[in-house]
Design a protein. Structure first.
Lengths: 223, 258
């Protein structure tokens, strides 16, 4: 569905090295790696936000609908949740349904900044779903949430993935525990410049423990 | 909001302005000179001019020019400002011209327009627009430079159309700058319009001031000036302030959680 042939990305000094990978429907990738290694940079390159990464480096993106959950909610603060969803193409009843799905029934007329961090992030997740994405990009979706809210959001995302078997996901995180719940494939980004050190499919529940164990032994997770 | 330099309390207007009128009346009464009429003389002139319909005719003419020039200047200035704020190349091209225009006296533009295009309405309005566009462009450029790149990225990912980007993402962020340009614009434009009318039109407050000046009719000069100040204040109170309140409601939303 998507083929990455990214040659690299410099910000004065090289940050990202060559990244070659293919992503198929139903792939649920957790992108792990130390802080500041370039995980978000890679995600932005895949999303087409990085103008210095040519379009040819991400083959197949122009045919995909992409939903991107940024670290901040990035909803338009002057528009209600309902209007924010309508803006990306959801019909009125669809917007209500999606807000209900993320646990925000009845909050359609609220402004994003009237919500708590966790609620605003769920609203932003509803917007991701409003575009009926083929590819869902999540940038540290559980960062700065308290453990209860993070757990709820994790369960919510897992449920969404289950009900959309054709959707692919890339989730940036530096917590291996997220991968155990969400991922069927693990990317590990490290090095200077950063490359994918691991691109493993997680086939059996036991395998991921082994992988995470190896990461912990190497003390590379950076969390 | 600290009371230090913000809007003064309402009572100050009700104390200072009447005191000023009293002082003016006192001085005028003491001098007994036709060159300084009393407030009552001015009011008398105002009522007389209003009754003949002269006042409304000339106020209307001036207001029409102000509105047309204002709308044109805002549209052109906003477009130039956005492009300059977003594109370094355009900024490099236009910035020297802006500096030139910002320092060009209004009077020079007015004279040149009248010389080149004749004493016609289009020349009059053009002169005002040319004077105002650089101010709007500079103000809006500041706003365009401070547009939030995170929302730009969001708009790119979610494939906003050009129109959606302008209407939903840019204008709300530019709104404070547009309001600043509007405020400054209105104050500047109506003063320039008076000069334009004085120099080359046969209607409007500026034209009437010119007539009054020829016969040293100070009461008429003050009557027309005060009438137009009132009109501008009315626009501020009836249009600009409600607009500003309406459009900045989202800024301090009450928290729904807690």
């Amino acid at each position: 569905m998507l083929e990455l042939r990214i040659a690299g990305r410099d910000f004065g000094q090289p940050v990202l090295g060559e990244v070659f990978a293919t992503i198929d429907r139903g792939d649920r990738i957790c992108l792990l790696g130390p802080s500041g290694i370039g995980k978000t940079t890679l995600l932005n390159a895949i999303a087409g936000l990085d103008k210095s990464v040519p379009d040819e480096a991400v083959i197949g993106r122009d045919k995909l609908r992409v939903g991107y959950l940024f670290q901040e909610h990035r909803l338009l603060p002057w528009r209600t949740l309902h209007a924010n969803l309508r803006l990306v193409g959801a019909k009125a009843d669809e917007a209500e349904r999606l807000l209900g799905q993320v646990g925000l029934s009845g909050y359609g007329h609220y402004l994003p900044d009237q919500l708590s961090l966790g609620m605003a992030r769920r609203a932003a997740l509803a917007r991701c779903l409003a575009v009926k994405p083929d590819l869902l990009l999540l940038d540290e979706p559980f960062a700065s949430l308290d453990p209860v809210m993070a757990g709820e959001l994790k369960a919510l995302i897992a449920g969404i993935l289950d009900s959309h078997p054709d959707m692919a996901m890339i989730c940036v995180t530096h917590d291996g525990g997220d991968a155990e719940i969400l991922a069927n494939r693990l990317w590990y980004l490290d090095g200077k410049p950063a490359r994918l050190q691991w691109d493993d499919a997680i086939c059996e529940p036991g395998l991921i423990d082994g992988l995470l164990g190896r990461l912990r032994d190497l003390d590379l997770t950076g969390s | 909001m600290k009371g230090r330099a913000g809007r003064p309390p309402l009572w100050s207007y009700w104390v200072v302005l009447p005191s000023f009128v009293l002082l003016w009346g006192l001085i005028a009464w003491l001098l007994q000179s036709p060159l300084l009429p009393t407030p009552l003389n001015v009011l008398d002139t105002l009522i007389r001019e209003s009754a003949t319909g002269e006042l409304w005719h000339h106020l209307g003419a001036t207001l029409g020019r102000v509105v047309v020039a204002f709308i044109l200047a805002m549209i052109i200035g906003t477009a130039i400002g956005i492009v300059m704020g977003r594109s370094p190349t355009t900024n490099a091209l236009f910035d020297p011209l802006l500096v030139l225009l910002l320092n060009l006296p209004a009077l020079v533009t007015i004279i040149l327009m009248y010389v080149w295009f004749g004493l016609v309405e289009v020349a009059a309005v053009m002169a005002v627009v040319i004077n105002k566009v650089p101010n709007v462009a500079v103000t809006v450029r500041e706003g365009a430079r401070s547009l939030d790149f995170r929302l730009e990225e969001m708009a790119t990912v979610y494939e906003f159309t050009r129109w959606q980007r302008l209407r939903e993402v840019w204008v709300p962020q530019l709104f404070p700058y547009l309001m600043a340009a509007t405020r400054g614009g209105l104050a500047l434009i109506w003063k320039i319009v008076l000069v334009v009318e004085l120099l080359g039109r046969s209607s409007g407050v500026g034209f009437q001031l010119h007539m009054a000046f020829q016969v040293f009719d100070v009461a008429a000069i003050l009557a027309y000036s005060l009438a137009f100040i009132a009109v501008v204040q009315l626009i501020e109170l009836a249009i600009l302030q409600p607009l500003e309140r309406r459009s900045s409601r989202w800024r301090q939303p009450e928290a729904a959680h807690a």
